[in-house]
Design a protein around this ligand. Structure first.
Ligand SMILES: Cc1cc2nc3c(=O)[nH]c(=O)nc-3n(C[C@H](O)[C@H](O)[C@H](O)COP(=O)(O)OP(=O)(O)OC[C@H]3O[C@@H](n4cnc5c(N)ncnc54)[C@H](O)[C@@H]3O)c2cc1C
Ligand SMILES: *[C@@H]1O[C@H](CO)[C@@H](O)[C@H](O)[C@H]1NC(C)=O
Ligand SMILES: *[C@@H]1O[C@H](CO)[C@@H](O)[C@H](O)[C@H]1NC(C)=O
Length: 504
């Protein structure tokens, strides 16, 4: 047998050995979208449940020193700005307000900002998510261009690039790489069906024609994927990052606290759910927020409650608003070392599944922990829409997630291995996939008086790590402009259709 022939035969053997299979159904995105748009019989979202599942990010010992901050003693009774929610949106809003007032010359009393959190610090989606900080680079371009034109479509990617770049700048400037377990690597987006591959190619071509910078994107064939990564699915590869989201948010909070203490005061009250908002007729403040610990009066309110938004804003219930949607994640010990698994992060199957290996401490022999989320498309006909109970995991989702990696990487993951942790978290989905950013308005009329002084940034549709910080900056900018009597200018990276006043 000639050498070349033997090499070819060996290659065919390898090829036939590596045939990835999937434990989840494919091509479910269109159905999921159709179900999302159905009229709803569910009322507004409930409050976050008290006894949530334990997540790796929140419940690893020592991970959340701010968990119970401000939960005891007297509740602050008055503030200029009340932020509801202590996830990445709420804390980013506080951070941006602090930065805004840092540069102010005038003395006077500092601006008072209070964050109110129903449960422990950062115990919503941000404390329960997949840990990816990877901007979208071209996927979905065709749809966005069709809906909003090339300029708006381009901005949706610009906002994500801006968010990730700014967060990375902060991490680098404050030397937080280790504190937040920041990893910069590649992201592989697996294209698991012919149809998904064709759509991705069409998105790429359209994005290129519209002038997006696509220099960092590579296409990797199934054959090359088999050789390099041990999966037979083709992929697109681009820069990706992952980190410990809760720790990043805690660092942003600490920066906000120390930024300009003489001009900006910040207080956090965890375990303090806001149960209603009414006008505060008797004080100089506009709004009165009720909590089981008493009321707090505020001139401005920022809703940073994401999947729970419709609890306090019932007009945002149903598909015209923000649909709470439960996601599930496993922390699973890999059967092979990081050198084999590689530091790359992954997504695939129209974005339903996503995973990455946690960094391994140098000198430690342990195999990495894989953080793997998804499986919602296998949960049944309702895709976990309108589910706000994150105190339990979904059995079928748990099963398909356990079988997922052994199927995608034949021979590389141990079948039947149990995860070390498994949890759920509540996302906020919108019909258009993009968040609500700006003054609270009712969709029918653009009359802002009913909610004067109330703002929102919410509804990231499962993709908030690369958007929330920027959306919070926009909303904080609007509030700061009101407080200082200046005019807010739309940042060049903000898609206009994100704005509550300009949504389609
Ligand atoms: C399982 C899962 C995986 C995900 N994976 C990724 C990923 O890998 N990459 C990515 O980009 N995005 C991911 N996301 C989405 C991302 O986590 C969210 O978009 C983002 O964290 C939203 O941040 P937020 O601050 O707006 O909301 P949250 O983090 O949910 O914060 C809202 C907070 O408001 C509090 N709250 C609600 N109602 C009230 C009330 N009435 N009074 C007081 N407090 C209240 C909640 O307790 C909560 O802490 C994932 C989400 C989930 C659930
Ligand atoms: C943002 O885009 C620029 C230009 O394409 C790129 O060089 C950079 O890596 C991107 N930043 C992030 C964080 O993805
Ligand atoms: C969560 O708490 C509720 C009431 O406090 C209780 O009925 C329910 O069983 C709890 N769920 C779990 C999973 O412990």
């Amino acid at each position: 047998m000639g050498f070349q022939y033997r090499v070819a035969l060996a290659f065919i053997l390898i090829q036939s050995l590596i045939m990835s299979t999937l434990s989840v159904p494919t091509l479910q995105l269109d159905t999921a979208q159709a179900v999302l748009e159905l009229p709803s019989r569910h009322g507004p979202a409930g409050l976050p449940v008290a006894n949530a599942t334990r997540s790796f990010w929140i419940d690893t010992p020592g991970a959340n020193p701010l968990a119970k901050e401000g939960s005891q003693g007297e509740l602050t009774s008055d503030a200029d700005v009340c932020i509801i929610g202590s996830g990445i949106t709420g804390v980013s809003a506080a951070y941006h307000l602090a930065k805004h007032f840092e540069g102010r010359e005038d003395g006077g009393t500092p601006v008072k900002v209070v964050i109110l959190e129903a449960r422990d610090f950062c115990s919503g989606a941000t404390g329960r998510n997949g840990g990816h900080l990877t901007p979208s680079v071209f996927l979905d371009f065709v749809n966005r261009e069709l809906a909003y034109g090339p300029d708006e479509a381009r901005k949706t990617y610009a906002l994500e690039n801006y968010t990730a770049s700014e967060l990375i700048n902060i991490i680098e400037a404050e030397s937080l790489q280790r504190a937040v377990d920041f990893v910069a690597s590649s992201h592989l987006s697996l294209l698991v069906t012919e149809r998904e591959l064709n759509f991705a190619k069409a998105d790429f071509a359209a994005a290129q024609a519209a002038g997006l910078d696509l220099d960092h994107i590579e296409w990797v064939s199934g054959k090359d994927m088999s050789e390099t990564y041990g999966t037979s699915f083709p992929a697109s590869r681009y820069p990706g990052h992952n980190l410990w989201p809760l720790k990043l948010v805690a660092e942003l909070y600490k920066i906000a606290l120390k930024t300009a203490p003489s001009k900006f005061s910040l207080k956090l009250h965890t375990n303090t759910p806001v149960t209603s908002i009414t006008s505060a007729s008797s004080t100089s403040r506009r709004w009165s927020l009720s909590t089981p610990r008493g009321a707090i009066q505020c001139s401005y309110v920022i809703h940073a409650t994401n999947g729970y938004s419709s609890h306090l804003l019932p007009h945002l219930q149903g598909p015209v608003g923000i649909v709470p949607t439960r996601g599930q994640v496993l922390a699973l010990r890999s059967a092979s070392p990081l050198s084999e698994v590689t530091t790359a992060s992954w997504g695939g199957n129209e974005g339903f599944e996503y995973w990455f290996p946690r960094p391994v401490e140098s000198g430690k022999e342990e195999n990495p922990l894989i953080i793997l989320g998804g499986g919602r498309e296998a949960s049944g006909p309702n895709f976990e829409y309108y589910v706000t109970d994150d105190s339990v995991v979904q059995k079928t989702v748990g099963k398909v997630l356990r079988d997922f990696l052994p199927g995608v990487f034949p021979g590389k993951y141990e079948k039947g291995r149990e995860p070390e942790m498994e949890w759920t978290g509540i996302m906020g989905f919108t019909k258009i996939g993009d968040p609500f950013v700006g003054p609270v308005v009712k969709s029918s009329e653009l009359d802002t008086r009913e909610f004067e002084g109330q703002f929102i940034a919410a509804g990231y549709s499962g993709h908030g790590m690369t958007r929330a910080y920027a959306c919070a900056e926009a909303v904080a900018g609007m509030v700061a402009a009101k407080l200082t009597g200046t005019k807010w200018e739309t940042p060049e990276w903000l898609p206009r259709h994100y704005l509550t006043t300009e949504r389609p």
